[in-house]
Design a binder for this molecule. Structure first.
Ligand code: FES
Length: 257
């Protein structure tokens, strides 16, 4: 492919045509924060957290979706950029029904992480919060629309990666709801409960159903003999979490643990 040279924060970068500003910046170790972006899925440019300033351009550009151009001069950390990012995250936080202390994603939440990274200590905007609506209709997934920040990662992964398309944005503006059509519960649509949506959700809007209490109930029931059975993929997936090469079986270690 044709190579393009541009400057990011005065640093020259050469990348193939069609590369996004985000990937060009990563090549030279410059970090641009993102929120809606999921690696290897089509960029949707929904959140605008990744905005950067381009010399000779009036508007800020979304680095995750804007392809590089010859001679481009990009600045990723100007006052204007920092202000815009902060504004975006503050507005998200102002709507977000954050129940951080009890949220499954507390301390592992990308929105929380971004707020800290951008130095947000106060939210100037007050107003209505997104309405809480719990969907616990499936055995595997728990959805809470009140925590949803409409980044649409789940929509992309469900349609593009899994070919299922169970989740869609509906309505507009503050009324936007991400979920199955007509606001139905997840159990009424052909969701296969693969959990990809929960894996990419940056906040706690889609999480795994916690079954720990049910397990305790079973263990505490004197009339029950409790047997543990793990899903087959876990014996390999767990190994990867501990740095083993993909595909390594850790059945024995798992049982011992
Ligand atoms: Fe670029 Fe969301 S990460 S618009």
């Amino acid at each position: 492919p044709c190579m393009i040279t541009l400057h990011i924060n005065h640093c020259p970068v050469e990348v193939p045509e069609g590369t996004t500003i985000l990937h060009a910046a990563r090549k030279v170790g410059i970090k641009i924060p993102t929120l809606c972006h999921v690696e290897s899925l089509c960029p949707i440019g929904a959140c605008r957290v990744c905005v950067v300033e381009l010399e000779d351009a009036r508007n800020l550009a979304a680095a995750c979706s804007m392809p590089v151009a010859k001679g481009m001069k990009v600045h990723t950390n100007t006052r204007r950029v920092r202000h815009a990012r902060r504004l975006v995250v503050e507005l998200l936080l102002s709507e977000h029904n954050g129940e951080c202390q009890t949220c499954d994603r507390n301390e592992d939440c990308e929105l929380q992480g971004l707020a800290a990274e951008l130095g947000i200590r106060e939210i100037e905007y007050t107003g209505e919060k997104t309405r809480k609506r719990i969907d616990a209709s499936t055995p595997a997934l728990l959805r809470d629309n009140g925590k949803c920040i409409k980044c649409r990662r789940c929509v992309s992964v469900c349609a593009e990666m899994q070919d299922v398309g169970a989740l869609w944005p509906q309505n507009r503006g503050f009324e936007t709801v991400i979920g199955p059509a007509f606001n139905h519960d997840l159990s009424t649509v052909p969701c296969v409960q693969c959990g990809q949506c929960a894996a990419v959700c940056p906040v706690g809007a889609i999480t795994e159903q916690p079954h720990v209490d049910r397990v305790w109930d079973a263990i505490d029931d004197p009339d029950k003999h409790v047997v543990v059975q793990t899903a087959p993929a876990i014996r390999a997936a767990l190994g990867e979490c501990f740095g083993y090469p993909p595909g390594t079986l850790v059945t024995g270690k798992m049982t011992a643990a």
